[in-house]
Design a protein around this ligand. Structure first.
Ligand code: PGA
Length: 254
């Protein structure tokens, strides 16, 4: 019922030539797999070129962030309109690196989600707890607050286009993955929260990705959990062979 989505977040990596090399290597990855969606999120400097390169590749291209105003004096920022004009159809919002390094608040993330929807970008709303929050048994409280604030003012109709990503901060770029059971527990709680905000069918239709050290060696087990609908992949998305293997995940491997 929910089409899996594998998303590659290139973060602040790859010069223009390397970005185009990676996109060329990925061009044929998604075509033989019509049962799943694939997206990549290059740095802004390569967004338009990668989007043009992948136009016929059955792969979406997204931005890693936007600013929520439409235009104006916001030096260094990129609006949803500008990202869209460059070829983005999706945008990652509320990534933990933006929350915790750049200081983005729950409220700002919510403004950005609404701006993305207004300009027809699919938002990938990221939520996730810090290690201290997990150790303090506050995981569900934190991710549910981030989810509710991120979706404030988002209608049930617009919610059909939103993707949620659970990324425990302690698992991002650390090589330490949440166990499939840990991921499933949080994904199920997020889905229950969506049901309480919207309704059962909206909750059942929303894709919830897992992110945090997803690799070829763990993707099959993670994606075998009933509420894990895909992966948001950082480090391993920079390697064409690793990302291709992740895109080719198999559920319930023997
Ligand atoms: P990682 O990053 O796969 O390198 O842990 C995931 C992310 O931050 O989206």
């Amino acid at each position: 019922m929910r089409r899996p989505l594998i998303a590659g977040n290139w973060k602040m990596n790859l010069g223009h030539a390397d970005a185009l090399r990676l996109s060329a290597a990925l061009r044929s990855v998604a075509a033989p797999l019509p049962d799943r969606d694939v997206a990549v999120f290059p740095p802004f400097t390569s967004l338009a070129a990668v989007a043009a390169d992948l136009r016929d590749a059955r792969m979406s291209v997204g931005a890693q962030n936007i600013w929520h105003e439409d235009d104006g004096a916001f030096t260094g920022e990129i609006s949803a309109n500008l990202a869209r004009a460059a070829g983005a159809t999706m945008v990652i919002l509320g990534h933990s690196e933006r929350r915790h390094i750049l200081g983005e608040s729950d409220a700002l993330v919510g403004q950005k989600v609404r701006a993305a929807l207004k300009h027809r970008l699919v938002p990938v709303l990221c939520v996730g707890e810090l290690l201290a929050e997990r150790d303090g048994n506050r995981t569900l409280e934190v991710v549910e607050r981030q989810l509710r604030e991120g979706l404030r003012g988002v209608s049930r109709e617009d919610m059909q286009r939103v993707v949620v990503a659970y990324e425990p901060v302690w698992a991002i770029g650390t090589g330490r993955t949440a166990t499939p059971a840990q991921a499933q527990e949080v994904h199920a709680a997020l889905r229950a929260c969506l049901k309480s905000i919207y309704d059962a069918s909206t909750a059942a239709g929303t894709r919830i990705l897992y992110g945090g050290s997803v690799k070829p060696s763990n993707v099959d087990q993670l994606l075998s959990e009933p509420d894990v609908d895909g992966a948001l992949v950082g480090g391993a998305s920079l390697d064409a062979a690793d990302f291709a293997r992740i895109v080719n995940f198999k559920r319930n491997p023997a």
